[in-house]
Write a protein that binds this ligand. Sequence first.
Ligand SMILES: Cc1cc2nc3c(=O)[nH]c(=O)nc-3n(C[C@H](O)[C@H](O)[C@H](O)COP(=O)(O)OP(=O)(O)OC[C@H]3O[C@@H](n4cnc5c(N)ncnc54)[C@H](O)[C@@H]3O)c2cc1C
Length: 454
Amino acid sequence: MRGLDPRTLAEVVGPAHVLTDPDLTARYLTDWTRRRTGSADAVVRPRTTADVVEVLRACAEAGTAVVTQGGNTGLVGGSVPEGAAGPTILMSTERMTDIGEVDTVEMCVGVQAGATVAAIAASATAAGAHFGVDLASRDSATAGGIVATNAGGVHVVRHGNTRAQLLGIEAVLADGGVLRRWSPLRKDNVGYDLPGLLAGSEGTLAVITAVLFALVDPPGPTAVAVIGAEDPGTVFAVVAALRRAGLVIEAAELMTRAGVALVVDAGARPALRTAPRYQLLVEAAGADPAQRLAAVLADLGVDDAVVDDGPARAFWALRERHTEAIAAASETVPVKLDVGIRRRDLATFLAELDELAAAAPYPCRPVVFGHAADGNLHVNLLDVPLSEQAALARQVLDSVVARGGSVSAEHGVGRDKRDWLALARDGADVEAMRAIKRAWDPENRMNPGVLFPP
Ligand SMILES: Cc1cc2nc3c(=O)[nH]c(=O)nc-3n(C[C@H](O)[C@H](O)[C@H](O)COP(=O)(O)OP(=O)(O)OC[C@H]3O[C@@H](n4cnc5c(N)ncnc54)[C@H](O)[C@@H]3O)c2cc1C
């Protein structure tokens, strides 16, 4: 290995957890989308924070870069060391899976960085509490990963994003120092919000080793409706009417005819007999939710709808199987964009996207879905020749930015979106972020190449 002797790492984590054999390292080096493959001198799998400290000290001495990886479900190419310019290790948190006892008085739980979202949620539920973050990658996505990307997911409309669930954090800095803010206090305004800064830092500032998450009360009985609509803005009318009726909105998702057709082709059961232009999935909680949800829809004059008691997994499968169905159906690796759009612009943006795809002089099938109530759309463009993808993505993002939208609503920047940083943030803003990066990681060894254009 260049830079760092593998025996130094093996002394820290044990030889079984320093992988250099390409057969063993391969699965860590390609990302979920299969668009990005990197190389590393070793994959290192620490078990404890003390291990991470020792590994980072050794990396600091040897000038070795560190790419941290959790569940490797990130969708912006940030979790693999593609194009590593110098000695690099990949630090996997997959052995750091401890989950502490759920504190039902302070309503929080402390977990190691590699604990999965599903495992944290199961622990919370077993203790009579609820974890406010949920996303379709829950079985693999980790605590460290959702904090590092400030993941959103399906319950942002109810509980906010991951940063909003963050009470405390433990992280190891580039020089091996440990930063620990670990208090269940809901109000603690002493200085800069460093846990909040690490939320969305994408491995560029420190290795997150443990997280103290706030928990919420369980939602109580829920009902889920799938609603056919010709206008995507229907979702806002439905959400507002349900809230006025005293129901609590747990999720409000948008699907299109093309996307539902793909997941049905892949084996999911359709919810509606019709094939409307849009399908909205709305989950609401409260007393007698199914009856009240149906009554509100009837009052609104919505007749193309079905309602089921929660968790209504068959309805949710329609929405959650989109990412995989899209990956399987596209002739080329799909263009994947994750944009934030103001509510008032939702319909016009979607119409412009259809026009853009129709006008393209090459194959281009748009499939859009997303967290509609948050104005967050996952724009997928299928079958597009690789040589055309960058220019097409830029056209779509120009349309987003022209409407005051965001080029990355919840997936982060990674490598995929770093060239668009200047589209989204002005010069002073980017320079302030670069100054933070220089202060925390003066040698640019923490996930180099992510977030900032080289
Ligand atoms: C089917 C599917 C559905 C998805 N749905 C959603 C969704 O609804 N909402 C959403 O926001 N995202 C979604 N994602 C994207 C992805 O699951 C999230 O970005 C998730 O937060 C990544 O977690 P991870 O543990 O897999 O992180 P990884 O992919 O391993 O890493 C992601 C980034 O975080 C950094 N990182 C990871 N762990 C640490 C750590 N301990 N310390 C410092 N940096 C770290 C990495 O360096 C990298 O930059 C989805 C992905 C898939 C495949």
